[in-house]
Design a protein. Structure first.
Length: 97
């Protein structure tokens, strides 16, 4: 079982979701370069972000880290100049699991 799914299951099983903890957050280092159209891409550690979007699976929400600058703190691709485009990309990751 992927660690993110175990985390989501634990939030529900331990009652943390009922206490208001409804976000599973993906921190820095998921980003890769942009494609020819400027769309942000994920790296090999996160090959399928849509599968991570667990919102409808357990009533949880996915939080994602990005940077307003050209690079994140860890040096990965940031959203500078692509803020709206990135927000639209993240929206396409909504899960129907």
């Amino acid at each position: 079982m992927p660690a993110w799914r175990a985390t989501a299951d634990a939030l529900v099983a331990t009652g943390m979701k009922d206490a208001g903890y409804i976000y599973v957050n993906i921190d820095d280092t998921w980003e890769s370069e942009r494609d020819a159209q400027g769309n942000i891409q994920t790296n090999k550690k996160f090959p399928d972000m849509k599968s991570l979007a667990i919102t409808s699976r357990q009533g949880l929400k996915l939080g994602i880290y990005s940077s307003p600058g050209p690079n994140t703190c860890a040096g990965y691709e940031g959203s500078y100049g692509h803020e709206e485009q990135d927000a639209k990309t993240y929206a396409t990751w909504e899960s129907t699991i």
